[in-house]
Design a protein around this ligand. Sequence first.
Ligand SMILES: [Zn+2]
Length: 85
Amino acid sequence: MKATEFLKDILEKEYGIRPLTRNENGDIICYQCGRIARDHCHSEAGLREVEISGVCEECWDKMFSEEGEEGEEWKDLILKTLLHG
Ligand SMILES: [Zn+2]
């Protein structure tokens, strides 16, 4: 098993972070709603999030919207963690 595959396996099993799902056109499929993720992103940041988390911006916002201002901070923190390890 390649190191990257091993890492993906750990991420998926331990943290529930799944590898990106793509359709036959190479579009990333949001694993929350199952739609083409970039069609449901409204900002550059949202598009970057899709590449990292596999969740479209609409779903991402839904996951954090109940938290209000605090949610935005969490969102930033999670993004930073994902981007920089
Ligand atoms: Zn979605």
